[in-house]
Design a protein. Structure first.
Length: 451
């Protein structure tokens, strides 16, 4: 058995190709299937089966289009109400993929119909757990509905134990979530590999002997998740089609100017330092760094399905189009070049100060306000005394609640506050971007509130 991991750090997820040298099973493929096609070509194998562990909430699947392209069986839980033909799978079903035996194991918790897959050959096992058992934790249990969260959390507790009981202790564990995905719950471990036995010894879902304690603790620590999740499951039940990843012809300068004047979303992909010093007036900053922040926060912060124009280098725009396609943001327009002078020469430009903690006023009463755009859970754990908390993902809907005066905007690292500063300036606010790590604030003398 050979397992090839296809990592998608932009969403904190992994897909897998499992093969015996001739026949291949693909598990939880992302929508941009060309990466999987390349793996299969390099391995010289044929895809005969594509499997979903669950109807995904954090990305659009490439499973249907991949299965159709290869004439493969598409394994989806028989209980999932989907609009396409699939090979229905139930608990205990076994499929042969060449010399590999694939057994479906019902592991509800992340969703009601979640499945894991135990794959075996004559020598070893591998466990593909989707959003069930993760490295150090489990998948979150609050994505179906508030009314179902407690029951699903109890299911998740039992499912983790079932996997450990039914799989070999030395079997490698291959989860889909847990690498930065908002689908994780609790303190997912920052490791690249693990086994069933290691998780049995270290995972809190398996080491906590008190189910009630586990349930209450997990639910208490569930934090906010991106608003675009609401659109993923319905689209995945319909069956996403192919996606166009080509970079469109650049929008001309006059049209960019018109879009900005009319309040359309022009998204500047450059780093936040460059944006702060010079950007098109009315544009917003979503720094493209290839990590997990860009896709999740753009999909969370901006209104779903509003028209977008991506402004950046050709490479930045190309990568951003691919990333956004995974969450159903289709065919954005583009303005390619190195900066405002190339995107829209002659259009009005703007800037705002970017500072470290040393330059932040210690007395933030009156006209100087520290605005903390971290999540409410982060704020409640620790914050600067007198700071106002409005999470970046709530800013557009709560702009009327933003205090008047000069806003000193911070987050945990500078990324979210860069987004927030651009949104606030676009709304006519006087902003200063604190581009610094929150953990360094106390050391320079800023007063901290009791947690």
């Amino acid at each position: 058995m050979d397992v090839v991991t296809i990592d998608t750090p932009q969403l904190g997820d992994r897909s897998y190709v499992v093969h015996d040298g001739t026949h291949a099973l693909v598990i939880d493929p992302q929508r941009d299937t060309d990466r999987l096609e390349a793996v299969v070509r390099d391995a010289g194998v044929k895809i005969t089966h594509v499997a979903e562990t669950h109807i995904h909430n954090d990305y659009l699947t490439g499973g249907l289009i991949l299965a159709q392209a290869h004439g493969a069986k598409y394994l989806v839980n028989a209980a999932d109400p989907v609009d396409y033909e699939r090979t229905p799978v139930s608990d205990g079903d076994v499929f042969q993929v060449g010399g590999l035996s694939v057994r479906a194991v019902a592991t509800p918790g992340h969703t009601h119909t979640h499945l894991s897959y135990i794959v075996s050959d004559d020598q070893q096992q591998a466990v593909f757990s989707g959003g069930s058992l993760l490295y150090g934790s489990v998948g979150r249990t609050d994505l179906v509905s508030d009314d179902d969260t407690e029951a699903l959390t109890r299911d998740q507790y039992a499912s983790a134990r079932r996997l450990v009981e039914e799989a070999a202790q030395n079997a490698p564990l291959y989860p889909t979530h847990g690498f930065g995905s908002f689908c994780s719950s609790g303190p997912a471990a920052r490791v690249d590999a693990s086994t069933i036995g290691e998780q049995a010894r270290n995972n809190h879902a398996l080491t906590d002997p008190d189910e009630d304690h586990f349930v209450s603790e997990l639910i208490a620590n569930l934090s906010a998740y991106p608003a675009y999740y609401a659109h993923m499951s319905p689209l995945n039940r319909e069956g996403p089609g192919p996606v166009d990843l080509t970079v469109p012809e650049s929008v001309d300068a006059g049209e960019i100017g018109r879009r900005l004047r009319e309040g359309e979303w022009v998204v500047d992909l450059r780093n936040r330092v460059a944006f702060a010093s010079n950007h098109l007036e009315g544009s917003v900053s979503f720094e493209y760094g290839g990590g997990s922040s860009f896709t999740g926060y753009l999909g969370w912060v901006l209104p779903w399905n509003d028209k977008l124009t991506l402004a950046g280098t050709h490479e930045e725009v190309e990568n951003a189009i691919r990333d956004l396609s995974r969450i159903g943001i289709e065919s954005p327009d583009a303005a390619t070049g190195s900066g405002p002078d190339e995107w829209a020469a002659g259009a009005p430009v703007a800037k705002y100060p970017r500072v470290g903690w040393d330059e932040v006023p210690r007395d933030t009463t009156g006209e100087e306000v520290i605005l903390d755009v971290r999540g409410t859970d982060e704020f409640e754990a620790s914050h600067i005394r007198g700071a106002v908390n409005i999470p970046v993902h709530d800013l557009l809907s709560r702009m009327e609640a933003v205090p008047s005066g000069r806003l000193w905007v911070h987050c945990a690292s500078g990324y979210r506050s860069g987004i927030a500063a651009s949104l606030l300036q676009r709304a006519g606010k006087d902003v200063v971007h604190i581009d610094a790590r929150y953990d360094d604030a106390e050391a320079v003398g800023l007063p901290m509130a009791e947690s």
